[in-house]
Design a protein around this ligand. Sequence first.
Ligand SMILES: Cc1cc2nc3c(=O)[nH]c(=O)nc-3n(C[C@H](O)[C@H](O)[C@H](O)COP(=O)(O)O)c2cc1C
Length: 173
Amino acid sequence: MKEVVSDPSFEARRFRDTLGHYASGITIIGGLEGDEPVGFTCQSFYSVSADPPLVSFSVMTNSTTYPRIRETGKFSVNVLSSGQHAVSNQFARKGTDKWAGIEWAPTAHRNPVIADTLMWLDCDLWAEHEAGDHYIVIGRVLEMSPPEWHKHEPLLYFKGQYRHLRDQGTQVG
Ligand SMILES: Cc1cc2nc3c(=O)[nH]c(=O)nc-3n(C[C@H](O)[C@H](O)[C@H](O)COP(=O)(O)O)c2cc1C
């Protein structure tokens, strides 16, 4: 019988492909370094706790943007809307001017909020845990987008592609 040799690069690809079946939204995690906004595209965002209100995201330990956000001790979460796939691509490119052509404004807590998103959160950095090649970052939510902001459909990410909702939803329960 042939020996089964595991190819680590194959397993890494299979891990990515398998996990790609978990559909999600897309966010831009942002911070203000002085008056200069910084940010990066981030899929791995979720809510953690209601009391206190906590959310989390994971970021690669080799991110050049995240250490600049960490320095400020806070961050914004900009959840992208259906028309913003170009924004997602723009904020995923290392070493470029990610904010070129982006309309944004600072929140009261001085985090950047991008125009025309699905919703946004203003957070204080609550905790950070190293986990393999990522940091798990936890934030305490200080402020949220007001109800009148919420007028768009979401941008979805599934199996390595951007997707859009096809129907109006089905009642839970
Ligand atoms: C759809 C999509 C989702 C992404 N999700 C994450 C993520 O969850 N965590 C992460 O660290 N990087 C994620 N990235 C990659 C980062 O956006 C990218 O590596 C980052 O912008 C690198 O630039 P930096 O060195 O300026 O941080 C994602 C990229 C794309 C296109």
